[in-house]
Design a protein around this ligand. Sequence first.
Ligand SMILES: *[C@@H]1O[C@H](CO)[C@@H](O)[C@H](O)[C@H]1NC(C)=O
Ligand SMILES: *[C@@H]1O[C@H](CO)[C@@H](O)[C@H](O)[C@H]1NC(C)=O
Ligand SMILES: *[C@@H]1O[C@H](CO)[C@@H](O)[C@H](O)[C@H]1NC(C)=O
Ligand SMILES: *[C@@H]1O[C@H](CO)[C@@H](O)[C@H](O)[C@H]1NC(C)=O
Ligand SMILES: *[C@@H]1O[C@H](CO)[C@@H](O)[C@H](O)[C@H]1NC(C)=O
Ligand SMILES: *[C@@H]1O[C@H](CO)[C@@H](O)[C@H](O)[C@H]1NC(C)=O
Ligand SMILES: *[C@@H]1O[C@H](CO)[C@@H](O)[C@H](O)[C@H]1NC(C)=O
Ligand SMILES: *[C@@H]1O[C@H](CO)[C@@H](O)[C@H](O)[C@H]1NC(C)=O
Ligand SMILES: *[C@@H]1O[C@H](CO)[C@@H](O)[C@H](O)[C@H]1NC(C)=O
Ligand SMILES: *[C@@H]1O[C@H](CO)[C@@H](O)[C@H](O)[C@H]1NC(C)=O
Ligand SMILES: *[C@@H]1O[C@H](CO)[C@@H](O)[C@H](O)[C@H]1NC(C)=O
Length: 631
Amino acid sequence: MEMQKKCYIFCIIFVGLFLLSSCNLVENDKQALLDFVKKLPPLRVLNWDESSPVCKNWTGVSCNEEGSRVISLRLPGVGFHGPFPVNTLSRLSALQILSLRSNGINGSFPFDLGNLKNLSFLYLQCNNFSGPLPRDFSVWRNLSSVNLSNNKFSGNIPSSISSLRQLSSLNLANNSLFGLIPDLNLPNLELLNLSNNNLSGSVPKSLKRFPKSAFLGNNNVTLLELSSPVVSLPKEPILKSRNTTGKLSERALLGIIIAGCVLGLLGFAFLLLVCLLKRKVDDGFSGKLEKGDMSPEKVISRCQDANNKLVFFDGCNFAFDLEDLLRASAEVLGKGTFGTAYKAILEDATMVVVKRLKEVGVGKREFEQQMGVVGSIKHENVVELRAYYYSKDEKLIVYDYYSQGSLAVMLHGKRGENRTHLDWETRLRIAVGAARGIAQIHIENGGKLVHGNVKSSNIFLNSRQYGCVSDLGLSMVMNSLAPPIARAAGYRAPEVTDTRKATQASDVYSFGVMLLELLTGKSPIHTTSADEIVYLVRWVHSVVREEWTAEVFDVELLRYPNIEEELVEMLQIAMACVVRVPDQRPKMSEVVKMIENVRPTDYQNRSSGELKAENSVQTPPVAVFETDLSS
Ligand SMILES: *[C@@H]1O[C@H](CO)[C@@H](O)[C@H](O)[C@H]1NC(C)=O
Ligand SMILES: *[C@@H]1O[C@H](CO)[C@@H](O)[C@H](O)[C@H]1NC(C)=O
Ligand SMILES: *[C@@H]1O[C@H](CO)[C@@H](O)[C@H](O)[C@H]1NC(C)=O
Ligand SMILES: *[C@@H]1O[C@H](CO)[C@@H](O)[C@H](O)[C@H]1NC(C)=O
Ligand SMILES: *[C@@H]1O[C@H](CO)[C@@H](O)[C@H](O)[C@H]1NC(C)=O
Ligand SMILES: *[C@@H]1O[C@H](CO)[C@@H](O)[C@H](O)[C@H]1NC(C)=O
Ligand SMILES: *[C@@H]1O[C@H](CO)[C@@H](O)[C@H](O)[C@H]1NC(C)=O
Ligand SMILES: *[C@@H]1O[C@H](CO)[C@@H](O)[C@H](O)[C@H]1NC(C)=O
Ligand SMILES: *[C@@H]1O[C@H](CO)[C@@H](O)[C@H](O)[C@H]1NC(C)=O
Ligand SMILES: *[C@@H]1O[C@H](CO)[C@@H](O)[C@H](O)[C@H]1NC(C)=O
Ligand SMILES: *[C@@H]1O[C@H](CO)[C@@H](O)[C@H](O)[C@H]1NC(C)=O
């Protein structure tokens, strides 16, 4: 009896443990990941939500087919700072790909990664690791690509590397390794770089097939043992290496695709990009590249400051990198209040907008914080910030591109001719969309975020043809508002002229001006045929006062029947927004409700949640952004 009871208990415990261990593997992996970011929080906010499935929704994480184990973790350039926490990622025992490149991780090599028996790709380059390399590389039998370059590793190169039969690429360049180069008899090794260390002695026979440049910048490394009578013709290694390199780059390319990890010369690419941008990019970046108009002394290390990286936001999935931008063809889209914008077409035909900011008035930390806030906004009526770059000399931000152009282009571009009219339906959708976008912005960051540059050239059409707003939050990182370029001046609330500080109330004012623009078809500041300067707000006031209301509206709108009431209602909303006294303007959330009430059936039952869900099924918004060409 007693025996039977014991047996039952034992069985239950056994079965329970078995179930726990097999079903919860992925949960254990999830916990390991959470522990990692808890101990080493990234600057960039990750969407690692405890309640969402780790295999489906987590940035940078991918699982095996069954979804039972995490097999790949890629978090390049997300702003990790500090030492690698022990007993975290080492628990991801099925991990095959680990990329934490281009962060600020310091301290010693995470030796406990030796647990990851299936590890094949290890990318820790461009961090601040120091101390020796792991002595025993043989624990990673499947390792095929290792990049530990651009750190501060010291000590010898462990000879155990020669046990890695699968190893095809090894980059240890730009560290402080010293001692002799071990004889690495690795037939599959195709890429090797040991340059810029403090190695000495001669290059062992097994590595002579690699080009000289793989050993440059060391203490006393001689490529050929001149004393040895067995020395082959000096040209042979070069020929050989050429052939190997050719094969290699193909393989390497494959590796890049498979690993989804960009291995190229980011720093070089970035410098080229910067140089090209400085040179008024109007033809392709690549065209300039071929001309080679880059002075070599300008090529500083991209890792000199590992913080200076293109930082991506969630949802971007690191689909492109600076070097992709480099290869892209680019054209100037326009000069706006905050800088010049370029359209870049990437190799996979993705189009993005790269904006070079001028006169950033805050330090790096503040800039990053602000971009973090802006980048975390996910709303169908707000143009998504894809990435940013901050260095002393250059500040870039990357947005989606919208092919239809901005509202400014749609309203004012090429009047007359056979231009397509912007019908009232579309204008209503633009108004309600833009209003929702700005209202969303106003509740972000604890209700403190300001758009600061609402105008028709920053309003685009999303994939559902609703308005969405771009260029937000930049006013907060810029030097106190620069004198506005001519056209933008018409949007500026009267109080901003004195305070030079945008507020949510001034956003409401600017939005009101934009509504007036939609209703009248007129620019906020324009000249009449008699060379008179007309301020839209004043003009509308004067016309309305004298009860010529119908004359206010865009002639293009008057052709649509039965919309007068809606036009007048919208005009009243616009007028409420452009009230002189900031406190008397409605809040943006109230404006949204008012606009939704203009045509309740169409817009009221479309909650933004609904819109979002619908939208997420579609392809990403086609394209747009600031095409403000006023000089
Ligand atoms: C996870 O992502 C899917 C689609 O990618 C989405 O439908 C779902 O809501 C997300 N779940 C959570 C909890 O975020
Ligand atoms: C390592 O990979 C092999 C083959 O892909 C697989 O059978 C094994 O389960 C993996 N190991 C772990 C710990 O997942
Ligand atoms: C790397 O460490 C040095 C000091 O050892 C520090 O000056 C530098 O900022 C660090 N870089 C990063 C990216 O953390
Ligand atoms: C790592 O960096 C942090 C700051 O980012 C610093 O406080 C710490 O001393 C560094 N540790 C090492 C070993 O360099
Ligand atoms: C190494 O990878 C191969 C497949 O590429 C796999 O069959 C093998 O199990 C792996 N070895 C280890 C130790 O995981
Ligand atoms: C390189 O090694 C030599 C001696 O082998 C030593 O004197 C020198 O300080 C080292 N340089 C660096 C930068 O570590
Ligand atoms: C190795 O890296 C150096 C720069 O550190 C570069 O000049 C050289 O071309 C590289 N060599 C190879 C073979 O990749
Ligand atoms: C460089 O190597 C040569 C011969 O191997 C040796 O005589 C010389 O002392 C070495 N120089 C240094 C700085 O280590
Ligand atoms: C390069 O390799 C190809 C085959 O991969 C071979 O036909 C050719 O002769 C080789 N060239 C040299 C110079 O070794
Ligand atoms: C390794 O990292 C360096 C620096 O980021 C990069 O230049 C190189 O292409 C990477 N890949 C390989 C295979 O060396
Ligand atoms: C090593 O650093 C130099 C400049 O410090 C840089 O040009 C080079 O690309 C780096 N090498 C690698 C392999 O990352």
